[in-house]
Design a protein. Structure first.
Length: 226
């Protein structure tokens, strides 16, 4: 049975990619990504309209941005979160979660969470580096840890947290022509956020990649074209 795809009610879509450069195909390869993460680059993440205004600091968290090495090209492994979760229910996300006291660093958090959520064994992940922290509207300061995932490997969803596991070609989400800005009415004001709808095979629908996940992918795009 096909689950309904979570998608907020939004005002008309704004295009973002018409005047932006494409990522060189050579950078969308394992060798190209390894080389890029060894460079010292001057670049700026996308601005966000999310500001933490509650007492105390945002909670530390990390996600694994898993780039799967496939014969046809790299793909991004994503999950659709279970509907009953208190944070980001039903949304498309990277495997990840809050940092635990025993985690040595953000890499340890990302690898642990990926193993818990989708049973991805850490030995299949080649860590490349991390992108700047991303602040979410739910009060998390998330470190996106980027890694290459080398087959053969298996994944299995922890059904308490994950409803579905799927892959999207990296070339699709790194193409600015596929980046949209959506506008959402939230708590009396307009909020703008990135979205990257990806066709859902055989359904006529799509996976709605948006919010923090799309924002972190947009920062990966900015990093790769810097």
């Amino acid at each position: 049975m096909i689950r309904p795809v979570f998608e907020p009610e939004v005002l008309p879509v704004e295009s973002t990619g018409a005047d932006l450069p494409a990522v060189a195909a050579s950078r969308l390869t394992p060798a190209g990504l390894r080389a890029r993460f060894t460079q010292r680059l001057v670049w700026a993440p996308e601005p966000t309209d999310i500001y933490w205004q509650e007492p105390g600091d945002p909670r530390a968290a990390a996600v694994l941005m898993p780039l799967v090495v496939r014969a046809e090209g790299l793909s991004v492994l994503l999950t659709q979160r279970a509907d009953h979760l208190s944070d980001h229910a039903g949304q498309v996300s990277f495997p990840g979660g809050r940092r635990e006291p025993d985690d040595a660093n953000a890499i340890a958090t990302a690898l642990r969470e990926a193993h818990e959520e989708v049973s991805l064994a850490p030995e299949h992940v080649e860590i490349l580096g991390a992108l700047p922290d991303y602040l979410t509207g739910t009060g998390f300061r998330v470190t996106p840890v980027v890694g290459l995932v080398h087959p053969p490997f298996t994944v299995a969803a922890d059904t308490l947290e994950v409803a579905e596991i799927f892959e999207v070609p990296l070339a699709f989400v790194m193409n600015p022509a596929n980046h949209e800005v959506r506008v959402l009415q939230w708590e009396g004001r307009e909020r703008r956020f990135f979205a990257m709808p990806y066709p859902r095979p055989g359904t006529g629908g799509h996976y709605f990649v948006w919010g923090a996940t799309a924002g972190m992918l947009r920062n990966l795009y900015r990093f790769l074209v810097a």
